[in-house]
Design a protein around this ligand. Structure first.
Ligand code: NAD
Length: 262
């Protein structure tokens, strides 16, 4: 009988962006539990350090602003140097704001696009360059969103940035498939993180309802009947980076409790 693989990423080396909080933190901890050594990167360096310590020995923390091309290239190289190479990456860093399109400022549009869309491009580009230079048949997961599948009121700019992630993921997956590199994205729904806590307050104010009503609506929209945890997403990321997903690429995988089924 074949042995049961309990640590599917044993010996792998992974970089995670936005790893200092929320979904990114859960991804770091799940990757570490699966046997990977992780370069935990975040705009907030102290948060990255705290999560690195939580993950145990063998991981590194690095400050990274994913909107900065030169810094992204430098940090990907530093992570590879520290871990002895990279086999996997998760471009997870993201931000959100809420506004009706008629009130949306150009600065808000640009900020969401810079982190969510350009940040994924810059991270994936640096990682793919690393893989190609070493003939590494690596795997990448980008964090998109339910908002990459369905446009939601108050989130047009965020939604546009996340549709961009899904399209970019497909195109890149086709480009690098001949080299054995896989690129997928995950599309979480209503995940309990600090981003959600901020969004609930904004949405309540913009719609003139209570935060409790907004949260209850999120649950009511979710067939599996609860708010999502960061770990619900992280477990799928581990699977997508592992050999179990060896014939999956270019996908935008729904991880949303059934809110939207595609
Ligand atoms: N929370 C949700 O409901 C939800 C749903 C779908 C998708 N997502 C996506 O999941 C990802 C993580 O979201 P979260 O809910 O954990 O958010 P969060 O705000 O809790 O954590 C985001 C992390 O990203 C970091 N970050 C922000 N800007 C950065 C930058 N320029 N460079 C590097 N790091 C930066 C922050 O410091 C923070 O540690 C995002 O891409 C988000 O769009 C979240």
């Amino acid at each position: 009988m074949a042995p049961v693989v309990t640590r599917p990423l044993e010996g792998r080396r992974a970089l995670v962006t936005g790893g200092g909080a929320g979904i990114g933190r859960a991804i770091v901890l799940a990757l570490a539990a699966a046997g990977a050594r992780v370069a935990v990167t975040d705009l907030d360096e102290s948060a990255a350090r705290a999560v690195t310590a939580e993950a145990g020995a063998g991981h590194v923390a690095l400050r990274l602003d994913v909107t900065d091309a030169a810094e992204t290239a430098r940090v990907v190289a530093a992570a590879a140097e520290a871990l002895g190479g990279l086999d996997a990456a998760v471009a997870n860093a993201g931000i959100s704001t809420m506004a009706r399109v008629v009130d949306l400022t150009e600065a808000e549009w640009d900020a969401n696009m810079a982190v969510n869309a350009k940040g994924v491009f810059l991270t994936d580009q640096a990682v793919v360059r690393h893989f190609l230079a070493r003939s590494t048949r690596g795997a990448i997961v980008n964090t998109a969103s339910l908002a990459a599948k369905v446009g939601a009121p108050l989130l047009a700019h965020y939604s546009a940035s996340k549709f961009a992630v899904a399209g970019f993921t497909q195109a890149l997956a086709r480009e690098v498939a001949p080299q054995g590199i896989r690129v997928n994205c995950v599309c979480p729904g209503f995940v309990q993180t600090s981003m959600q806590a901020r969004e609930v307050l904004w949405e309540a104010e913009l719609r003139g309802v209570t935060p409790e009503a907004v949260r209850a609506e999120y649950v009511a929209l979710t067939p599996l009947g609860r708010l999502q945890t960061p770990e619900d997403v992280a477990d799928v990321v581990v699977f997508l980076l592992g050999d179990g997903a060896r014939f999956m690429t270019g996908l935008a995988v729904d991880v949303n409790g059934g809110v939207f089924m595609s």
